[in-house]
Write a protein that binds this ligand. Sequence first.
Ligand code: GLU
Length: 300
Amino acid sequence: MTTAYTGRFAPSPTGPLHAGSLVAALASWLDARAHGGRWLVRIEDVDGPRCVPGADQIILGQLSDCGLLPDEPPQWQSRRDALYQSAQDRLLASGHAYPCSCSRKDIEQAITASGAERPRHGERVYPGTCRNGLAGSTARAWRFLAEGSNTVHWVDRRLGPQQQDVAREVGDFVLRRADAQWAYQLAVVVDDADQGVTDIVRGEDLADNTARQILLQRALGLPTPRYLHTPLVLAEDGQKLSKQTGAQALNTRHPLACLQAAGQVLGLPAGQLTAQDLPGWLSQAVEAWRGQTQAMRPGA
Ligand code: GLU
């Protein structure tokens, strides 16, 4: 067991927690407790337009109802602008980032002209128009130079060996958007390092961001944490449960029932989780998690 463990739950306050987000919250809390480590909560309100006023306090209340209390006061990304600016300055100075003047339309036109269409999740790979100098008169966004990077390999504690060729599959991705908002990729990497996060436990829908985050960590000279991506809760139609698809807010008036459902998604053995009180259930869950993650550790 390692004692130098810091984990975190990093919800975006786009609405209250739903059954799916509690799974990630519970897993990250259990993993921190099972390692005798610290557990932090960070409100990822960097994407201002998507945030819902008051959702942060609702989320903190829901976590507290479920007995998931952070070891330090929560942090808000919207108050950490200077850190992101300094990281971007370093990336620009080291040639890992560049300004970009392209509008969506410019990007569409350049892709069509090159004949190289590579849609990815409905998005297109940036064709590199401003890579060697601003094509237009003003910088709109800042991008990370992924072109020329090697395929990123990492081992997810649950999903096993993973790899992604970011340059080919994602392209030069945005660090700061045209509307001046910091991109999730930059903010999350800066904050995880600044807060000393050693272990990221989050939903599997975010696994696809990991390679980009590892490239950023390397470019900024930051350590790469361990990663564990948890199973997703699916809606009845088989789609991922999310706030965007109208997932219901979690009713934490019955916290034990919420936790039991989340524990089931995580594959915790219900037979070992017999306590009917919150602290009792949570401590049984830590034991069950410890046994389960020891079994799943790659190479164990
Ligand atoms: N803020 C992100 C979300 O709520 C999670 C970020 C992370 O855990 O890396 O989807």
